[in-house]
Design a protein around this ligand. Structure first.
Ligand SMILES: [Zn+2]
Length: 251
């Protein structure tokens, strides 16, 4: 694992003491510009790209109107205890400001939307550990075969996951693989929402499944291993993004 990814670790007790007694920064988030005050040193430690954001209108306040408060809540949770809560209980749903549906289940499309949005935000602010935690949460909690429930919803989220042209995320490959293993005929899909790039990657994955049936996703690891040695200890195959074919290769 690259050194850059190891930089995001628990803050030491000594550093934490300095952090708690140090300055806070005000961040105004979402359409309603909700104000959060977070410890500046924690923000810089876990999201080094954040310091580049200069207050533009209100002096002393960083404005993030395009970020949903549910997504920022996940970041704040991560800043203070370096985890994303799983979906046992409803801590995750409370953070993303959603509720169980009438059947008592987590609203999976809202969960997926929040994870994709949070991952994209993590990339914007160089929050490597937070991004990994979000990716790993999604991979761990996503119920296999959910695409079959409503492929129209899945397609719009797939399109969102590939917004901005950033390629090479294991989360994107996870979504492609999951999508390709669902029954395409079952949904009310509008494939017009999928970009040529996403369709091409679906084609590559479907071809893999035909010519190499052993390339199934059970053998693939979609986690982002951040801790040193974790990836080497993992028995599954890991992704290398092949730029020439714009697709993930597992080896
Ligand atoms: Zn692994």
């Amino acid at each position: 694992m690259a050194k850059a990814q190891l930089a995001d670790t628990y803050i030491s007790p000594e550093q934490l003491t300095v952090t708690i007694t140090g300055p806070t920064v005000s961040v105004s988030v979402g359409a309603d510009l909700k104000i959060y005050r977070v410890h500046k040193a924690l923000l810089i430690h876990h999201a080094p790209g954040f310091k580049m954001r200069r207050p533009n209108q209100s002096p002393g306040i960083v404005l993030l109107p395009a970020i949903e408060t549910g997504v920022f809540n996940l970041l704040v949770h991560y800043l203070y205890i370096q985890t994303i809560p799983n979906e046992e209980g409803d801590a995750f749903l409370i953070l993303i400001e959603r509720q169980m549906d009438a059947g008592g289940f987590a609203p999976i499309w809202d969960v997926l939307w929040a994870c994709i949005s949070a991952y994209q935000f993590a990339q914007e602010i160089s929050a490597t550990g937070f991004g990994a935690a979000v990716n790993n949460h999604l991979v761990g909690e996503w119920p296999d075969g959910s695409c079959e429930l409503n492929s129209g919803a899945k397609q719009s989220l797939l399109a969102k996951a590939f917004e901005g042209g950033r390629q090479g995320q294991v989360m994107q490959q996870f979504l492609i693989d999951d999508y390709c293993e669902s029954d395409w005929d079952d949904g009310e899909g509008d494939e017009g929402e999928l970009s040529a790039n996403v369709r091409l990657r679906c084609m590559r994955r479907l071809k893999e499944l035909v010519v190499q049936p052993q390339a199934n996703s059970e053998l693939r690891c979609y986690l982002e291993h951040v801790a040193e040695g974790e990836r080497d200890a993992c028995p599954k195959l890991h992704m290398r993004f092949d730029d020439s074919i714009r697709h993930g290769v597992f080896e």
